[in-house]
Design a protein around this ligand. Structure first.
Ligand SMILES: [Zn+2]
Length: 149
């Protein structure tokens, strides 16, 4: 499972596997009092040329593998939540995507997913705009641009 923690990507990038991750006090899946170190997993993030090593833990009770991930990023996405939201904000305000290094196909993919999730959760006749839908989906614990419902 993914366990979001407040960390800075820059620190993880600079310190690599020497970064001092804060171990979860209990297993987030079952509440067991102890988790064990379980190595690292390599993940890529936007604006970093090399992979970053994210710490993993394992619960001896439920056997869950817990991967710590920066809370600035959604699961499975390389761009930060702020970057994604900023792109939708500018698109809504100015009517076009901002100039950025993000590919048009990536932006179209996010837009299609956000439109679909908005339709599913808020209805086809939603008039509040995609940015408000983005914030609502986020407040409901969903990834607003995810293909997964
Ligand atoms: Zn557990």
């Amino acid at each position: 499972m993914i366990y979001f923690v407040p960390v800075q990507l820059k620190d993880i990038f600079e310190q690599g596997k020497n970064y001092s991750w804060v171990k979860p006090e209990v297993c987030p899946a079952c509440g067991h009092y102890k988790v064990w170190g379980h190595g690292f997993t390599a993940r890529y993030f936007r604006d970093f040329s090399d992979c970053l090593y994210l710490k993993c833990y394992r619960c001896p009770d439920c056997l869950c593998i817990i991967t710590l991930r920066p809370d600035t990023h959604f699961s499975r996405l390389r761009s930060s939540r702020e970057t994604i939201r900023t792109h939708f904000e500018q698109r809504q305000v100015k009517g076009r995507w901002p100039r950025s290094s993000l590919s048009r196909s990536c932006l179209r993919y996010w837009l299609a997913n956000l439109t679909r999730l908005t339709s599913v959760h808020l209805g086809c006749d939603w008039k509040g705009g995609l940015l408000a839908a983005f914030d609502w989906l986020l407040s409901m614990g969903k990834t607003p641009v995810s293909r997964v419902m």
